[in-house]
Structures are given as structure tokens and as C-alpha cells.
Ligand binder design. Structure first.
Ligand SMILES: NC(=O)c1ccc[n+]([C@@H]2O[C@H](COP(=O)([O-])OP(=O)(O)OC[C@H]3O[C@@H](n4cnc5c(N)ncnc54)[C@H](O)[C@@H]3O)[C@@H](O)[C@H]2O)c1
Length: 389
């Protein structure tokens, strides 16, 4: 039965939690780019909205690419490089956006921190857990700010999931089904960097799996993961017939296009996970969170990199009656999600605050992703062990 009781007041949110106001008169933060491919566009569009930012320099491995990128935004005076180390040596920067493909996340981010810069690093944090641990140790040693590019965290509907859990309406959480994904959505049209092992290292499991894991793990406070039994496959990616006009890409495909896993967390919580870039199904299902007092259904989206797929629903019992509440969609006001991801990073840099998307959470996310990949390779359940940072 549908019910519009006062309980819904618990789930109201203005959606207007814009990060600290931008002061036009403040000293400008000098920002550089490492990697000027696809995602760098959304970073630069965000930076350009903020008057306290000066985009000073950019590096991309491909000669001429960085230059073309900045000129495309009318920025004629940005210094460009093919070597990010030279860029860092020759420019006094405060911060960099690291927008390289996955295999090139850790090295430039660590180098930048070691040279006194704060870093906004794209997701997934790294490819392997070892790299992530090394990265977090450099962050700790240098005391720099390292924030990871999970923009869904800035969506008020995503934030509502945590608020619902914390309200206690679900009781004790014991089972979560999450993931989602696409029927035909291997990202290859713009560049092959997502599908090659030497550039991406991991496929759907890291690219969009990191979002659905973050959505639920953040809501329940990122409990320690204990074990994982993972599975990955590449049937679509390795099929030349998949790529209409570029069958040769099948030979380059070196990552997963589907993954599933059963993950045990501390506190006797289970995550049943599946994620897909391609499959013969419209969706592997909504995210559901089961608790002793209530259940939450979060309608699936293609990749969870924005918001929820529709109004969420709470299933509970009131006075012995099976009762359902619909949680209204919250409209995002003010800055968009990516702008908030960038602005909150800039605010932390300016105020010497803490990273808005902290590695303490995302290290756990990465440990699970790496665990899925390793367990799939071994064909058995493995323990997840995260070394001390
Ligand atoms: N947050 C999001 O919504 C989102 C969306 C898309 C991609 N991403 C992430 O962003 C990253 C990049 O994705 P993309 O679509 O921009 O890929 P891309 O291949 O279009 O761009 C990556 C660029 O990095 C450059 N590069 C790689 N290594 C470098 C190095 N050492 N020094 C300088 N330049 C280097 C490449 O030449 C390329 O131009 C990926 O990790 C991806 O997961 C995030």
C-alpha cells in the first residue's frame, strides 16, 4: 500500500548543498592538467566557472593534444607539454587534475604530491590494490590533498541513501544487491583506452563498478571487506561482431565487460554485485538494501555515475501492515555534480581542508575491485587484506 505519512519528512532535502561560495577577489589557485582526453573536458568546464582558478599548464603524452585541448576553450596562454614532470618543474602550480587512463593514475598522482601539489584524481583510483596502497602512503607522507573523482557523491539523491540508512528506518543492514550496467555499452567509440589492458587495466568492474560499490558502501559507512568470490568475463569485448565499424578492436580488448561477485563485509553484511558493459539483458536489477526493519529499492541506471534511476522506495511494516514509502527525487540546484566535485576539491586546497572524496573510503572500494579481479583469475574465494597505510 502506498502511504504518504510524515515519515517522508525524514527524507526531505533541498538539494542545494553548494560548496563554499566562490570569492572572486581571492588569490587564484594555479591549476594544471595531466591528461587532456575525454574527462578532462568536464574538469576544465568546471574550473572555467570559478573566478579563483587560473589554468596554467597541461600535459598529454600525445604531441599537440594538450595544445589543441586548451585552444578549444579559448585558452591561448596555457603552457603545454608531453611530459608532466617537465610541466611540474617549469610551473608553480597549486594543484593538478589527473585525467589519464587508469594505468596512468598512480604514477603522476604520486609524483605531483611528492612535488608539493594537491591532486584531483579521476576514478577508479588505480588498477591494483598495491598501487592504491602506495598512492595512499605518498598522500600520508606528503600531507597533500588527494581527492578521487566520484561525482555521484555530490548528488543529493545519492546522499539520501546514506541518510535513509542512518535514520534507522531500515534497521540493521544485512544484505545488499548492487551493480547494474548496460546491455550494449562497451566504451570504445571515442578512444580505445578503456578496453586495452595496457591503458585501462580493468573494464566494467572498475569503470562503473566503482560507482555502484561506492553508492552502497558509503551509505553503510564503508565497513571492512573480508572475503570476495569474483567472476569476470569478456565474451562481448572479444567478439569482432560487436564493433560495427571496427572489428579489429576485438583483438585489442584486454579487460572485463562483465563482472559478478559475492562480497562479505565485517558486521555480517553481504554484497551481491554484478556489473556490465554488455550483456543479453536490459538490466541485472535494481540496487536493494535489506535491513531487519525495512528494505530500500534504488532503481538502476546504466552506470550510476550521476544519480538514481527513479524514485527510491522503502518497504517496511507499520502496525503489522506491509507499507511502502516513495522517496521523492531531489532536484539538484546550483552547481552540477562535476562542478561540486571540482569546487569541493578547490575549497579543500584553498582552506587546507580534507579531501572531499577521501582515499580512506576509496582504498576499500579499490581493494574490493582488485579482489574481484584476483578471485576471478584464481577461480575461488579470496581474503581481502588491506595493508596499513
Ligand atoms: N568521472 C567520470 O565521470 C569519468 C568519465 C569518463 C572517464 N573517467 C575516467 O577518466 C580517466 C580518463 O578517461 P578519458 O575518457 O579521458 O580517457 P582518454 O583516453 O580520452 O584520455 C586520457 C588521456 O590521458 C593521456 N595520458 C595518459 N597517460 C599520460 C601521462 N602519463 N602523461 C600525460 N598524459 C597521459 C592520454 O594520452 C589521453 O589523451 C579514466 O580513468 C576514466 O575512468 C571518469
Amino acid at each position: 500500500m502506498e502511504n504518504d505519512s510524515k515519515i517522508l519528512d525524514l527524507f526531505k532535502d533541498s538539494g542545494d548543498s553548494t560548496p563554499a561560495a566562490v570569492s572572486g577577489g581571492a588569490k587564484k589557485l594555479r591549476v594544471g592538467f595531466i591528461g587532456t582526453g575525454g574527462i578532462a573536458n568536464s574538469h576544465i568546464k568546471a574550473y572555467l566557472q570559478f573566478p579563483d582558478v587560473e589554468i596554467v599548464a597541461g600535459a598529454d603524452l600525445v604531441p599537440g593534444k594538450a595544445d589543441k585541448f586548451f585552444k578549444g576553450y579559448g585558452l591561448e596562454n596555457v603552457k603545454t607539454y608531453t611530459d608532466y614532470k617537465q610541466m611540474i618543474a617549469e610551473n608553480k602550480l597549486d594543484a593538478v587534475s589527473v585525467c589519464t587512463y587508469n594505468r596512468q593514475h598512480a604514477a603522476p598522482a604520486m609524483y605531483a604530491m611528492e612535488h608539493g601539489l594537491d591532486v584531483l584524481l579521476e576514478k577508479p583510483m588505480t588498477v591494483t590494490l598495491d598501487e592504491a596502497v602506495e598512492l595512499c602512503r605518498v598522500e600520508k607522507k606528503t600531507g597533500r590533498i588527494l581527492s578521487i573523482g566520484f561525482q555521484p557523491r555530490f548528488d543529493p539523491n545519492m546522499q539520501m541513501i546514506g541518510k535513509i540508512v542512518k535514520s534507522g528506518v531500515l534497521g540493521r543492514i544485512y544484505y545488499i544487491q548492487t551493480g547494474g550496467g548496460r546491455r550494449r555499452g562497451i566504451p570504445y567509440k571515442r578512444s580505445d583506452s578503456f578496453i586495452r589492458s595496457d591503458t585501462a587495466g580493468i573494464g566494467a568492474v572498475g569503470d562503473i563498478g566503482c560507482y555502484s560499490l561506492d553508492m552502497v558502501l558509503r551509505a553503510i559507512g564503508y565497513p571492512k571487506p573480508l572475503t570476495v568470490s569474483g567472476y569476470t568475463s569478456d565474451y562481448f569485448g572479444k567478439d569482432p561482431g560487436y564493433y560495427d565499424d571496427k572489428p579489429e578492436l576485438a583483438g585489442k580488448f584486454g579487460v572485463d565487460d562483465f563482472a559478478a561477485a559475492f562480497i562479505r563485509l565485517e558486521g555480517d553484511i553481504i554484497i551481491d554485485f554484478r556489473i556490465s558493459w554488455a550483456m543479453n539483458m536490459n538490466t541485472p536489477g535494481d540496487t536493494i538494501i535489506l535491513g531487519t526493519a525495512g528494505g530500500l529499492r534504488i532503481p538502476s541506471t546504466d552506470c550510476w555515475n550521476g544519480s538514481v534511476g527513479g524514485p527510491m522506495k522503502i518497504y517496511t511494516e507499520v502496525a503489522g501492515q506491509e507499507t511502502e514509502y516513495t522517496v521523492p527525487i531531489i532536484e539538484l540546484k546550483g552547481l552540477g555534480r562535476v562542478e561540486r566535485k571540482v569546487r569541493s576539491f578547490l575549497d579543500a586546497v584553498r582552506d587546507r581542508g580534507t579531501a572531499p572524496v577521501p582515499t580512506s573510503d576509496i582504498l576499500i572500494n579499490q581493494a574490493i575491485i582488485s579482489g574481484i579481479v584476483e578471485s576471478a583469475k584464481l577461480g575461488r574465494e579470496i581474503k581481502i587484506e588491506i595493508p596499513e597505510i
